[in-house]
Write a protein that binds this ligand. Structure first.
Ligand code: SF4
Length: 160
């Protein structure tokens, strides 16, 4: 995949692994975060750190198997000190996400946190915004709301 050798923006510099995303190519649900973090950079897999484990646990509690969803980020390399990706970095990387969306054709895209807002909107796909799991695991009220949001998502998936 082109992402592994990509140097279209500065973010690849100093990284160990690109993190393209993972999950079945026929997934009905896609999750999109902002960028990979330090844990993800170590192994090249998305959402495997504390926030990712919290997300997987909450999904499982609601009967959603993580292995059934495709999970990725807007940019595919970790950013220095986990800073927000710059606009030009997002712009450079978005074609990969657009290709992933068009290939997978999910029915639902779940945006993880407000920072995933740059995810392109494609007609016919339902977009659902949830609290980012890293905030949900740190703040009680956000955690409660996040659990509700994932429970609502689980119901929505069952309706499809
Ligand atoms: S963040 Fe995206 S555009 Fe930038 S180097 Fe990595 S894969 Fe390429």
């Amino acid at each position: 995949m082109q992402i592994y050798g990509c140097k279209k923006c500065r973010l690849w510099q100093g990284t160990k692994h690109a993190v393209p995303g993972e999950g079945p190519l026929n997934a009905k649900v896609m999750f999109v975060g902002q960028n990979p973090g330090a844990d993800e950079n170590e192994v090249g897999r998305p959402f495997i750190g504390r926030a990712g484990k919290f997300l997987s646990k909450t999904l499982a509690e609601n009967g959603i198997k993580r292995e059934d969803i495709f999970i990725t980020n807007i940019v595919k390399h970790v950013s220095p000190k986990n800073r927000k990706p710059f606009d030009d970095e997002v712009k450079a990387c978005l074609p990969y996400l657009i290709t992933q969306i068009k290939t997978i054709k999910p029915e639902i895209i779940v945006l993880l946190g407000a920072s995933a807002k740059e995810t392109p909107r494609i007609e016919g796909i339902e977009y659902i915004q949830v609290i980012h799991p890293s905030a949900a695991m740190r703040f009680t009220k956000m955690g409660e709301r996040f659990r509700q949001q994932i429970a609502e998502l689980a119901k929505r998936i069952q309706q499809n």
